[in-house]
Unconditional design. Structure first.
Length: 189
C-alpha cells in the first residue's frame, strides 16, 4: 500500500505500513506512550520497569510470525516515527469474531495534539473498512478520560461491556468502545 500524506491534519506528517526496521521506534512510542498515558492509573513501578529493548524484540518476533495484525506508523518529516497503531480480528476468549479490534494506538507524548493520532485513526478506520470488518472495537482504561474523549471524537461509543485488567496485582478496569464501519458506496455516474 502506498504512503498516505495526511497534510489535512498536519503538514509534514505521513502514515505508512510498519516494517521490521521500525520495531525500535515503535517500541519507544509504545513504552513512552504507556508511561505518559497511564501515570496515576497503573502502578508506577510497572511503568518504570517497561523496557524499550525488550519491547522491540517482542515486536520483531511478531513480524517473524507473519500474523494478521495490521501495523501502521506515523512519521513526521525530519523526526521519524512519532506514532503507531495496529488492529486485527476481534479476540474473545481465544476466538476470533467477525468484527475488528483496534489493539493499540500511541503517539509520543510530545506529539499529542499535533494531528498524528487523528491521522493514525483515519488510516486504521480506512484499512479496517477496506478489510471488510463490520465494526471496530477497542478496550480503554475506564479512568483514562483523555483517551476516551479521543475515541468518542473518532465516532466510537461505549457499548456497556467492562472487563477487569490486572497490572501487578492492581485492578485497572477497562471499558469497550465500538464503532460501526460503513464501506463507501461508489456513486452512480
Amino acid at each position: 500500500m502506498t504512503i498516505r500524506t495526511t497534510s489535512a491534519y498536519a503538514p509534514g506528517l505521513s502514515v505508512r505500513p510498519m516494517t521490521v526496521d521500525d520495531c525500535e521506534a515503535v517500541a519507544t512510542v509504545r513504552v513512552r506512550g504507556w508511561q505518559a498515558a497511564y501515570a496515576g492509573l497503573m502502578p508506577q513501578a510497572h511503568l518504570d520497569a517497561m523496557d524499550i529493548a525488550e519491547d522491540a524484540e517482542r515486536r520483531r518476533g511478531f513480524f517473524a510470525e507473519g500474523n494478521t495484525v495490521v501495523n501502521v506508523v506515523a512519521e513526521r518529516s525530519g523526526l521519524g516515527v512519532i506514532g503507531w497503531a495496529c488492529y486485527g480480528p476481534y479476540r474473545e476468549n481465544g476466538r476470533r469474531l467477525a468484527g475488528g479490534e483496534l489493539y493499540a494506538i500511541y503517539v509520543l507524548p510530545e506529539h499529542i495534539g499535533t494531528g498524528a493520532g487523528r491521522a493514525l485513526m483515519t488510516e486504521i478506520l480506512t484499512r479496517a473498512t477496506a478489510d471488510g470488518f463490520p465494526d471496530l472495537a477497542l478496550w480503554v482504561l475506564e479512568e483514562n478520560a483523555p483517551a476516551r474523549r479521543f475515541y468518542e471524537r473518532a465516532g466510537f461509543l461505549p457499548d456497556g461491556a467492562e472487563e477487569p485488567f490486572e497490572v501487578d496485582g492492581v485492578l485497572v478496569p477497562e471499558v469497550r468502545y465500538v464503532r460501526t464501519l460503513t464501506p463507501s458506496v461508489p456513486s452512480a455516474g
